[in-house]
Design a protein around this ligand. Structure first.
Ligand code: GLP
Length: 269
């Protein structure tokens, strides 16, 4: 796992946008896996800015979102489809038909997973997956004790996740307790992964993910098995890491290597 620590959320967003931009400039038909939540908003804003001001094009890009609530229509203000449309898709030149979010209103939610997996396969897999992390270490909606081999399916949310996400719902409004989410194996199948996190409330999850034992109790720790995961975090999210200074040193050495050898092999395909 490569761990990059940034002084603030703005520089973190800029670097993650650099990585996404390199991916889609090198392979304009890239398949991106995307996340919702407050964490990737800075990345999406920066991508929109680069589209509007610098002509960065998403015309050939396909996307698959990680997850969606069960029981919420795609046009509901709190659906992850609405989130993606408002915060990214409606503001760049992507073909809407090339963007997929699991259907939270499917007649049989149990049938959504296998079909979603098939669509990902038909798109020849995910080149670059963007992830956030829950305070309990979940990725997508793979809550603690999710199978490390899981694929897209219905999951029950933990109390902690329901509480964390209650800020988006009006008091008394229906708040989903179930979600359809890519599985941990689905995520691990992505060729390249960028996990973003900022803020002190993510510090424990980041510590358990990077340095804790590999365990389904912290689903994000499964990323220790992935060959090309980059973790982009701010100082606050890095504050509980035992080897924070080492990761910074690694970053300096990497910069030195890039300066002298210009390796560009991180781009996935
Ligand atoms: C939700 C999403 C995750 C996201 C997490 C963190 O539960 N399913 O994909 O990473 O929240 O959200 P935030 O970025 O708002 O902290």
């Amino acid at each position: 796992m490569e761990v990059l620590i940034f002084p603030d959320a703005t520089s973190l967003a800029r670097k993650s946008a650099d990585l996404v931009e390199s991916q889609i400039k090198t392979f304009p038909d890239s398949v991106l896996g995307l996340a919702t939540g407050s964490t990737p908003l800075g990345l999406y804003q920066e991508l929109i800015r680069r589209h509007q001001q610098e002509g960065l094009s998403f015309a050939g890009v396909k996307t698959f979102n990680l997850d969606e609530y069960v029981g919420i229509a795609s046009n509901h203000p709190q659906s992850y489809r609405t989130f993606m449309d408002e915060n990214l898709f409606d503001r760049i030149d992507i073909e809407k038909s090339n963007t997929q979010v699991p259907d939270g209103m499917a007649e049989n939610p149990l049938e959504v997973g296998p079909a979603y997996e098939q669509s990902i396969q038909e798109a020849r897999g995910i080149d670059l997956q963007v992830l956030g992390v829950g305070t309990d270490g979940h990725i997508g909606f793979n809550e603690p004790t999710s199978s490390l081999k899981s694929i897209t399916r219905v999951k029950t949310l933990t109390k902690q996740t329901i509480e964390d996400n209650s800020r988006f719902f009006e008091p008394g409004e229906f708040q989903p307790k179930l979600a359809i989410t890519m599985g941990i194996q689905t995520i691990l199948d992505a060729r390249r992964i960028l996990l973003l996190a900022h803020g002190e409330n993510k510090a424990e999850a980041i510590r358990d993910m990077v340095e804790g034992p590999l365990s389904a109790f912290c689903p994000a720790s499964a990323l220790q098995f992935h060959q090309r995961t980059t973790v982009l975090i701010d100082e606050a999210a890095a504050s509980k890491l035992a080897l924070g200074n080492y990761y910074k040193f690694v970053g300096e050495m990497q910069d030195e290597l890039v300066r002298t050898h210009r390796p560009s092999d991180w781009i996935s395909r």
